[in-house]
Ligand binder design. Sequence first.
Ligand code: SF4
Length: 289
Amino acid sequence: MMCSSCGKRAFEKFRGRYYCRECFIRKYEGAVESAIRRYRMVKKNERVLAALSGGKDSVAMLMSLKSLSRKLNFELEAFFIHLGIEDYSDKSLAVSQKVSSILDVELNVVRIEDYGFRIDDVKRKTCSVCGNVKRYLFNRFARENRFDLIATGHCAEDILANLLKNMYSGNLGWSEKQKPRIEGYDRMVGRIRPLYEMSERENLLYVLARELPFVSEECPHAPSTMWKEIVYDIEKRVPGYRVSVLRNLARERRDEKTEYRYCKKCGEITTSSICQFCRNVMKYSKKSG
Ligand code: SF4
């Protein structure tokens, strides 16, 4: 098979056409750039903190942001949270350090052990506690270090699977939180999802094409992939479903304002008197006795 753009030996298919390695990289980065422009994700001179986990999606995000940072004129640093998960967290940190050094991006590291617990100590609803820990620490670090935006490596399937799951449980307010750019307010830093329209497979092929290291094993606490499988299944039956739903979701506007106050313990934004992160620390931390 030959590259449909330059005639060299093909590497892989991207959106219906075969491309060689170099043209694949160009097409992928072009698609990320189009999404960043389409959804006005980054403004000139903004400081972006990229959440790096060492997995293929976050590595693909950091690489593509790095390749676009000069052209689109934004500053970039990376952030890793050591979650205290078996060997997985140590491996993920080692890979994240390697990737950041290859890309010459500064890596900031925070350990949840400094708060007296590890994700491995959490026996129930592990991913929900872990998600809260990540959101809290990203936001706090980004704000305290004057970043304008936090970039996460959520891809199309992550967003659609979340949407389906939340529709199933009647949690429709979450659809607002799945947008490609969420503006910051008060003590909350804005968020962007540069891989909003990219699929997991495209991210994997891009990282392989760029010959970057990534953690291939799953987190031992990873939940079932059922909702993602449903998304793949629908896309197979209705080609174009993924992008169509994501673009409609990004257009939808709701004017609901979230009521918020400040946590009595740490002062961060919360909807209750003590934020979920501090409640997790009180429940799991050995330091809080
Ligand atoms: Fe955290 Fe769950 Fe992701 Fe593991 S799978 S890193 S526990 S959210």
